[in-house]
Design a protein around this ligand. Sequence first.
Ligand SMILES: Cc1cc2nc3c(=O)[nH]c(=O)nc-3n(C[C@H](O)[C@H](O)[C@H](O)COP(=O)(O)O)c2cc1C
Length: 407
Amino acid sequence: MRGIMNQANRKRIVLGITGGIAAYKAAELARLLIKQHIDVQVVMTDAACHFITPTTMQGLSGKPVYTDQWDASVPNNMAHINLSRAADAIVIAPASADFIAKLAHGLADDLLSALCLARACPLIVAPAMNREMWLNAATQRNVAQLIDDGVKVLGPDSGVQACGEEGMGRMLEAAQLAQDISAFLNNITLSPAPLPASEERESAQQPIKKMQGVKIIVTAGPTYEAIDTVRGITNRSSGKMGYAVAQAALELGAQVILISGPTALAKPKGAQSIDVTSAGQMFDAVKQHLAGCDIFIGVAAVADYRVAQPSQQKLKKSANPLTLELVPNPDILAYVAAQTNPPFCVGFAAESENLAEYAEQKRRAKKLHRQRRQRTGTVRRQRQADPAARRQAHAGQTIDAAHRATL
Ligand SMILES: Cc1cc2nc3c(=O)[nH]c(=O)nc-3n(C[C@H](O)[C@H](O)[C@H](O)COP(=O)(O)O)c2cc1C
């Protein structure tokens, strides 16, 4: 009887494997999930079978692997419907660029894509591809579309790739994925009563509010340091990345305090927004709200210096050179990270050169838990057809990584 109950309580996933080098990691992922008592049903694309065999996956999962939508051994010949009805989630790992594109556009020309389109459960994807494939505007658009559609995107990570290049696009390690998938499945609360069919589909695809009860402070935008009553020193930060990070956290149910320098952006709905002008005001606002903060994300481009003696009147123009004395501003991130029980601290490093080296130096100097890098200047921007999609994907990854690290 106990055995039957345990069997009934087991979580069930469909593990979809697509055609990429990281397919070999799917074997380890299946093994780790099964070890956590999760039932794994494997479905593979044709391309995936070039990288790892269905035989290996059958051996590990203890079940026949589905690869063909025309498989006549399925009694009603409708594996694309049946499989997701019995699953708590579909996990695509690795998710190829091609498969992500198919998902984003609702294509269904093979078993796995048809299964995803016909699903009645959440969908999780773990992208894995070459860095240029990942950075390609088309992929970024597609990933942003998936996030918009409520699909959970795990990773990718950056590092050395199978092709020898280095950058974003590596699939998360199997252990990390297993942990995330398990956390995701355990957060799913079953509806107390069956919902009407229309609502049922909508609710099955809702992103899970897994950050409920988590307090996050995000700083965003530039600061403005007055020279006199009308002039000041500022920078070109738009605030868009900080706002996207705040939005991503809100979507996961976090309590978000957004402390923002002057921007022209609409405030994310649901955030507690605090507008400041100078670095000093931003510092005061951070100190005021720091108690109970779980995650601190410093995206603001805080001015390193301010004018020692701003003039209380507008300075008059003269033919003589003007010398301004600048004094350093407080380092807000370093202050937060140096607290006795600091929140998980994430910094953003914007550099025009030596990005990796300078960002790492900054991370160590400020004792941050994590640092995200951004290249400044125009070259990168011109290559991005859709920087908004890329920003959204980065914001989601930032929040996701910070949350995972605090679990
Ligand atoms: C050796 C080799 C390695 C590949 N690695 C990847 C990869 O890591 N990620 C990716 O998105 N595509 C990769 N591709 C391309 C995909 O296999 C190709 O786009 C395929 O059509 C994907 O099919 P699927 O999405 O139906 O699985 C690779 C191709 C080859 C030949």
